[in-house]
Design a protein around this ligand. Structure first.
Ligand code: EPU
Length: 348
């Protein structure tokens, strides 16, 4: 266990946050040892009792690519699961089941599956973070969500030490959400994926098809799609490790049909995606852009100039600057459109 551990490399926003206690877990034995650690037990139990306004004192941190520490000192215990390994469990003529442990880097895992010509994760290429975190917010991009490839999720309860396997339907996957967001002290140590040996490519979202046509690719392969996604992402999103960010800072807004018609009167071209008969999804990036924030810079932080859904930290700043900017943007979008936009990032 480390004390006063600097988390700069473990939050892609790149803030100089320190944790009172920090423990990396490389094996299941490390997990058992953690469960006996007195500082861990104290922090865990304080989190569980949560008297009055005491903030939680136990945090399971993965790649740190979807987290904002609101304070520069985390007065608690950070657990960093980092178990590696990829195994084929079974296969038949159509499908293959692969177990991937939590510490594998997501984008390297996607590259591995694409290199083996396995269908299912190609649209999720280059998403930052680690495999153990992928089910938590049901990562998604370019018309795909990880839920469609997850067979089951292996967890250990850091309160009881008991293990539990969550079958896909028990994970309650939804847009950027799952049961794991609401469970306390549950560590995901491995995920089993079912991938297809022959699948259909998803080309309908955003620019994928256009990009392929513009590059004279008429009969795209799995690799073409993964490469296209990577290229489009690189054009829109700041490079992880170079500019501090967490990808999308806000969730897309789900609004009523009436609200949508109202916005449409102002901007006939407003983009949208269907949700159900009463609701429609409007990209928050578009709302923020139309409210005039794209490329705006304030001190050490700002709004990315190629995608307004992304807030960035240029270095040397404090988390509070991002929180202030977030509030200003929320108020401005509310004033202009009457729409409340919520953070997608996990604020701790
Ligand atoms: N738009 C603008 N201005 C902007 C940004 C977007 O007008 O500054 C418009 C675009 O032109 C487009 C629409 O808004 O018509 C949607 O934009 P985009 O396709 O870039 O996707 P998004 O809805 O902003 C979502 C995910 C991203 C994911 C992309 C691609 C969420 C919160 N975000 O963004 O996920 O990569 O779709 O599938 O759902 C992430 O979660 O960190 C993330 C990057």
């Amino acid at each position: 266990m480390e004390k006063n551990f600097l988390l700069r490399e473990l939050n892609t926003f790149g803030f100089d946050v320190k944790a009172r206690y920090f423990q990396e877990l490389k094996t299941m034995d490390d997990v058992q040892e953690l469960l006996r650690n007195p500082e861990f037990i104290t922090c865990r139990d304080a989190t569980l009792s949560r008297l009055y306004d005491t903030p939680p004192r136990l945090l399971i941190l993965s790649g740190g690519s979807n987290i904002l520490f609101s304070n520069e000192f985390y007065d608690g215990f950070v657990v960093y699961p980092n178990i590696k390994g990829i195994e084929t469990l079974s296969e038949d003529a159509e499908n293959i089941m692969i177990r991937c442990y939590c510490g594998e880097v997501w984008k390297e895992f996607v590259d591995y599956t694409v290199s083996k010509n396995l269908y299912g994760l190609e649209n999720l290429a280059d998403i930052p973070g680690k495999v153990g975190a992928a089910p938590v917010q049901n990562i998604g991009a370019y018309g795909a969500e990880v839920k469609d490839a997850v067979y089951q999720v292996h967890t250990i309860d850091l309160t009881t030490g008991g293990t539990k396997v969550f079958k896909n339907e028990e994970c309650h996957f939804a847009y950027r959400n799952s049961i794991f967001k609401s469970l306390k002290n549950i560590l995901i140590f491995a995920v089993d994926f079912v991938l297809k040996k022959n699948g259909e490519l998803k080309l309908d979202y955003g620019n994928i098809r256009n990009y392929l046509i513009n590059n004279n690719i008429t009969n795209p392969t799995l690799k073409n799609v993964a490469t296209t996604v990577k290229t489009i992402r690189a054009e829109k999103l700041p490079e992880v490790g170079v500019v501090g960010s967490v990808g999308s800072f806000f969730q897309n807004a789900i609004v009523s049909m009436d609200k949508f018609e109202e916005i449409k009167k102002m901007y006939a071209e407003v983009p949208s995606y269907p949700v159900d008969s009463d609701h429609i999804k409007v990209p928050s990036g578009w709302l923020i852009d139309k409210a005039g924030w794209k490329g705006h810079r304030e001190g050490h932080v700002g709004v990315w100039d190629k995608q307004a859904l992304v807030l960035v930290h240029y270095g040397g700043g404090k988390p509070q600057e991002i929180l202030d900017l977030m509030k200003e943007i929320q108020i401005s979008v509310k004033e202009k459109f009457g729409v409340e936009i919520k953070p997608e990032v996990n604020i701790v």
